[in-house]
Write a new protein. Structure first.
Length: 216
């Protein structure tokens, strides 16, 4: 899990071992049970992340455009976006890229975060202003970052690429056989729903449903 890798400085530790330096220069990391995770976007993926970290003892807060019903929150606490970035020790992004979410994390948001915050992004690269992220890492505002997505994929910002405080993956989080099968099942279920009811289960144009007789 990228959250664990980021908090526990896994990339730094692995680099030391490969270089024959063992624990040289490594410092104790926070215990994940003592941290609050802020999930931005408690949708399908965000809920899976919540289940996983809940089992590890993390407190979870979240922000969506709209609060979920209590039975879907499963113990997660709904807070405003402003409160989330102020409270969370770890911020994990699971929101789609839209005009509203483009650079939703930039200099102003970093200033509001805790010193030494951990950032994990597995949504879309442009949700974070990468130049602002580099500045936040350089200043120490952000302790470490875990990125599976980048603003200009496959290009990776040179500073991020050379820093051992960054755990970097090639947009790889969903590349499992289980996810592929689940995706195929979801596509078929949406097609079946559309054929039988005229509406798919998970339309991407949901706000327009009221004005459409057929949704594709």
């Amino acid at each position: 899990m990228l959250i664990m890798q980021t908090v526990r400085a896994a990339s730094q530790a692995e680099a030391r071992v490969r270089a024959g330096r063992w624990r040289e220069g490594l410092k104790a990391t926070p215990d994940i049970r003592d941290l609050t995770l802020g999930i931005v976007g408690l949708g399908t993926i965000g809920k899976i992340v919540h289940q996983q970290v809940k089992a590890l003892g993390m407190k979870v807060i979240y922000n969506n455009r709209h609060r979920l019903p209590p039975e879907e929150e499963d113990g997660a606490e709904y807070v405003s976006f402003e409160d989330l970035i102020h409270i969370a020790d770890v911020i994990s992004l699971h929101t789609p890229l839209t005009e509203e979410t483009h650079h939703m994390i930039s200099d102003d948001q970093f200033r509001q975060m805790k010193d030494g915050v951990f950032i994990v992004n597995t949504s879309r690269g442009s949700v974070i202003d990468e130049e602002a992220l580099v500045r936040a890492l350089q200043s120490g505002k952000v302790c470490r970052v875990g990125l599976d997505v980048f603003e200009r994929e496959p290009f990776v910002h040179p500073w991020l690429a050379q820093s051992d405080r960054c755990t970097l993956l090639p947009h790889w989080a969903a590349a499992t056989t289980r996810v592929s099968v689940d995706g195929e099942k979801e596509i078929l279920a949406n097609l079946q729903a559309w054929i039988t009811t005229g509406k798919p289960n998970s339309p991407v144009n949901k706000p327009r449903l009221r004005n459409l007789s057929i949704v594709i």
